[in-house]
Design a protein. Structure first.
Lengths: 507, 191
């Protein structure tokens, strides 16, 4: 029997969501400051409206939803999934007010794309947007990459036991430190340190490539945020093609590869455990699939015969392949080029790498290297078991910070998530084909949205059907939160509608 | 009669002179006039050909030695950007990187951005589907960049209606804050 949520449950979820929205309002102060310094007064007003709306919502939840109870797993799941949706709605306010969106739905699309570090966008006339709005777009991906919940945990939650429950509900299962609040802060420390160092390097390269110092400074921070978070946003519509620079491409590639690694791996390396880089299953899995993808790319480019030198292979092929593999979405070619200049084999290599994606507990999306490693080892153990005498005991393990033995529950859990990803890829592709798009383009963009990559073969745009926009928002959201929280939110909605009242049950 | 004949001669001479002028500056006038979208949609057809595009210079002028990169957009927003009150056209920006000698870029004064409408230029040059000189970039190597129209500062009139919304929301937030403080004090007193 499904139990209808009690008043206390709703209050708890409302209270947690209010904290998350307050976090969104606090993040908006950075674009507000940027707009003020740039004397963009209408943009200042846009962000003031956004901040005040977030503050009003938070205060309402503080007044009407305050409770002494602590969060359970269920509440954590609902706060994480519902919090992302609410964060999308509130975050879309300043974006929509900028006037660069055809509808509020389009603004919501870009917000979800930013939070989930996808990088697809429906914003129109990007080359004329304000510094404030550009800061907001990139900050979204940077904040979303660490996890909105991580932000809320860092600043707005005290050390409750329930804090871990909403932390884990955001698709992150690993605690770097015994206390989850300390873990969230450690994630921020890692990211902020890289932000300073990475932006500085990009700024130096931009100056060398002829950009003015002030604009170069802003571009360097935005490019870093887009790459590190594996979001793939860039301040100009030509994305990385705008800079015509091998050095900028090299710098962003290094940043998005590092950004796509697991936070637990970062922490292990930071605390002196350097061997972890070579032993970790996710690094090995990433290396193996990247090599496979590069091989396919070479075959594809060889057949097309367009990109003839090693430099061209690296800058146009390998860069976009790894950008897809890390689910970043920074591109050095036009969208249409994936279909026309890459050819079917190289395009398929990019799709495959996007579908596999990056590391678990990172800023990336897709199946994740950890799951690919588990599935590969499981298949290997099954083959070994079949080839061994009946009495033989065959066991496999994967190394991810520590050794983990592969057993049936682990494989089942892994397969469940992977199948969920396949389903959202297939549904998105089918929808695209039904709307009359080229099947390969429909597949490319559906995988890109579901795996939170952001590369596009030309389907995603302001004129795409509204239903596809809604589906892509769902795919980005579900893909980022890895389904479990979404299922919990849907069951919560179902319980409100169909569940038996708790009082009636007691009777 | 004589006047008619004279004007006929002048017309014939003018036509010949114009033809000679067009032929002598063949690199400029023999180029096919295209849009960037047409180039992107059919790169194979235009690869290696002389083309002419007209659009707004946006972003930055990046100097590299004696040459420089600019980006030219020829989408609907290059005519009237959203910041100038242009309507949504349902498309993103469409532009292309132009590689040109700095001497050709000297006349460019204003680059398109939030605050500025960029110079409108006519660019003639060779379109490269995969530029072997620039690591495979899709670009145009310009032989001529002509400023057709000077850019200007975009005016952003202060949005007083939005200011009213801000003030109303601020009032709501202050009220809610006071209610919250009162409730917290009441709870503390009870405890």
């Amino acid at each position: 029997m499904i139990l209808r949520p009690s008043r206390e449950d709703v209050k708890l979820i409302g209270w947690g969501t209010g904290r998350v929205i307050l976090g969104v309002g606090l993040i908006m102060t950075i674009p507000l400051i940027t707009a003020t310094l740039s004397a963009e007064w209408n943009t200042v007003l846009d962000f003031l409206v956004g901040i005040l709306a977030c503050a009003a919502f938070w205060l309402l939840t503080e007044i009407y939803c305050r409770t002494e109870k602590d969060l359970t797993w269920f509440h954590g799941l609902i706060v994480a999934s519902g919090g992302w949706l609410m964060a999308m709605l509130f975050g879309a306010i300043p974006s929509f007010l900028s006037g660069h969106y055809q509808s509020f739905l389009d603004a919501c699309f870009d917000l979800m794309s930013g939070y989930t570090t996808t990088g697809l966008y429906l914003l129109q006339d990007l080359d004329h947007v304000s510094h404030g709005l550009n800061m907001w777009r990139h900050l979204l991906t940077y904040a979303g990459g660490q996890g909105i919940i991580v932000i809320a945990l860092t600043f707005l939650f005290s050390g409750t036991a329930g804090a871990f429950k909403i932390y884990a509900s955001e698709g992150k299962e690993e605690k770097l430190l015994p206390n989850v609040i300390a873990t969230a802060r450690a994630i921020w420390m890692i990211s902020l340190t890289y932000l300073v160092v990475g932006s500085l390097f990009i700024w130096i390269f931009l100056l060398a490539e002829g950009m003015p110092a002030a604009r170069g400074g802003l571009h360097s921070v935005w490019l870093f945020m887009g790459a590190w978070s594996t979001g793939g946003f860039a301040p100009q519509s030509l994305n990385l093609l705008y800079y015509h620079s091998l050095w900028i491409e090299l710098a962003t590639m290094v940043i998005f590869i590092i950004g796509s690694f697991n936070f637990a791996l970062h922490y292990a390396v930071w605390t002196g455990n350097r061997r972890e880089i070579y032993r970790n299953i996710e690094i090995r899995s990433f290396a193996a699939t990247a090599i496979l993808g590069t091989f396919m790319l070479s075959v594809g480019f060889g057949k097309m015969g367009l990109f003839t030198s090693l430099t061209e292979f690296f800058r146009k092929g390998f860069y976009n392949l790894i950008s897809g593999h890390t689910t970043t979405g920074n591109a050095t070619v036009y969208s249409a080029s994936f279909l026309r200049e890459f050819g079917p084999i190289a395009m398929f290599a990019v799709i495959l790498c996007m579908a596999i994606g990056a590391s678990a507990c990172s800023t990336g999306g897709g199946f994740k290297g950890l799951r690919m490693g588990v599935i590969f080892r499981y298949f290997r153990s099954e083959i070994r078991r079949l080839a061994s005498p009946e009495s033989a005991v065959v066991r496999e393990k994967v190394h991810h910070i520590r050794d983990v033995w592969i057993d049936d529950p682990l494989v089942k859990g892994t397969m469940f998530i992977v199948i969920c990803y396949v389903i959202i890829y297939v549904l998105g592709t089918s929808l695209g084909i039904l709307y009359g798009y080229d099947p390969s383009v429909a597949l490319f963009d559906a995988v890109s949205a579901g795996s939170n990559t952001g590369l596009s073969a030309g389907l995603t745009g302001p004129l795409m059907p509204a239903l596809m926009k809604v589906y892509y928002i769902f795919a980005m959201w579900a893909g980022r939160l890895e389904f479990v929280s979404i299922i919990a939110l849907l069951s919560f909605g179902g319980a409100i509608v169909r569940g038996q009242g708790a009082r009636r049950k007691r009777r | 009669m004589r006047r008619e004949r004279a004007s006929g001669v002048i017309a014939a001479v003018s036509a010949v002179a114009l033809t000679i002028l067009l032929l002598s500056s063949g690199t400029v006038y023999a180029a096919e006039v295209v849009t960037t979208q047409e180039l992107i949609d059919d790169m194979a057809r235009y690869d290696g050909q002389e083309v002419t595009i007209t659009g707004e210079v946006v972003g930055d002028l990046m100097r590299r030695g004696d040459f420089g990169w600019i980006t030219v957009n020829d989408d609907p927003y290059s005519i009237k950007s959203i910041e100038e009150g242009g309507s949504h056209k349902g498309v993103s920006n469409v532009g292309i990187g132009i590689w040109a000698p700095l001497s050709e870029l000297d006349d460019i004064q204003i680059l398109g951005s939030y605050k500025n409408k960029g110079d409108i230029v006519r660019v003639t040059g060779t379109f490269n589907r995969v530029c072997h000189e620039h690591g495979g970039d899709t670009d145009i190597h310009a032989s001529s960049v002509m400023v057709l129209q000077q850019g200007y500062a975009i005016s952003h009139p202060f949005d007083y209606r939005l200011l009213v919304v801000v003030l109303i929301l601020a009032g709501i937030v202050v009220t809610l804050w006071n209610i919250r403080i009162r409730r917290v004090r009441r709870t503390l007193r009870k405890e």
